[in-house]
Design a protein around this ligand. Sequence first.
Ligand code: GDP
Ligand code: IMO
Ligand code: MG
Length: 429
Amino acid sequence: MANIIVIGTQWGDEGKGKIVDLLAEYADYVVRFQGGNNAGHTMVVEGEQFISHLVPSGILQGKTCFIGNGVVVDPEVLLGEIEYLKSKGIDVGPDKLKISERAQVIMPYHKAIDLGREKMKGDKKIGTTGRGIGPCYEDKATRRGIRFVDLLDPEGFADKVHTILKEKNFYLTGFLSEDAIDPEEVIGKYNQYARQLAPYVENVSVSIYTGMQENKHVLFEGAQGTHLDIDHGTYPYVTSSNTVSGNAACGSGIGPMEITGVLGIVKAYTTRVGSGPFPTELFDDIGDTIQKKGAEFGATTGRKRRCGWLDTVILENAIRLNSISGLVITKLDVLGGLDEIKICTAYDYNGKILNHFPADLDILAACNPVYETLPGWQEDISAIRKFKDLPKNAKDYLNRIEELVETPIDIVSVGPGRKETIVLRNCFD
Ligand code: GDP
Ligand code: IMO
Ligand code: MG
């Protein structure tokens, strides 16, 4: 039995969708356990691109997919995604997709509050995706959230909406100067979503556990990245859930002892979308070249991603926080054509060398990366399928990463397509 977690090690968009789609071939179940449709996971199969925000990326391989209790679900977006996948000929019926009855529902007031707050913050905004993620988790924590099980009880649901909208409308109109939301309109719309989604809702914890008893292999699909984690990331410039591997158990309703491995997805350089500190960010032509060659635009919001060199201080943090057993290096092809490639090995904070990621954002802002410079390679590596065939300088770059973070590389990705991959070790073997 192999139960593997795929986790982003940086600030999201490391290529988790591609790797989950690739590894789903060996899994029976694929599970999302946190986040919501702030995620945008891209898969490219036979030249066709698919982007999923909520449905686990195992759906293209025909695997049974689960949305765990830790996910916040916008039913309108989920229904849209089901339709989109169906239109592409993918089977996404209730036998293939299961939603936890305990998953929280994103409501229209969550989105309105998310957008209204960002507008009010101006320059100090977090740069959220505007999908209502933070306000939904906030209501979960303050015990006013609406779960799928509540959505399926029309009378109770209507009562809850009336009660909560008194408070939300007061805040929306009185504090954020936004429009009030009509409870009857919300109830009507959400009753319709409830009828459409009811066949998908079940006790996901029991289903996954039962599968595990039958030796099914499970792949847990992380969203966002370690440095967007609400506890361990660059707080407050983070998302509102725990994105680290420990939450895979909690967010899907299984025990931590079931996990057999954690794969850390590492983009060969670093990107970040939205606000917040980013020590190795590049503001020069090299940053622009990487942004353009890597087509670094957000899969959810279309925003340009900020680009910079690989940072092993954050990698060390991710490996420790997630118990990462193997690394997947993605987008190595994008670095081809550069004369030199830099790796950040530590931070210099006013002459003091820091090897661990600081919690204080003022300290982080004052840190200068300490770089090691390696020679680049000029060849196009996207057709290479064996490690030994990579240019020497590309192999040296990978070997140096392994050495610096003391963790083996299991997979190298050299293009967006499922097959544009070099597999050194299959974690399901
Ligand atoms: P995720 O959120 O971690 O799933 O990543 P995204 O899908 O948001 O962003 C990754 C982007 O890089 C997508 O456009 C992928 O198609 C693309 N991608 C993934 N792996 C590779 C790779 O090895 N090379 C190149 N050139 N593109 C890749
Ligand atoms: P995937 O799964 C990159 C970022 C937003 C913002 C911050 C908070 O595709 O890697 P939120 O809407 O979550 O309250 O926004 O988090 N963010 C992501 N950045 N990839 C993602 O997901 C992200 N999900 C959220 O840009 O800075
Ligand atoms: Mg993404």
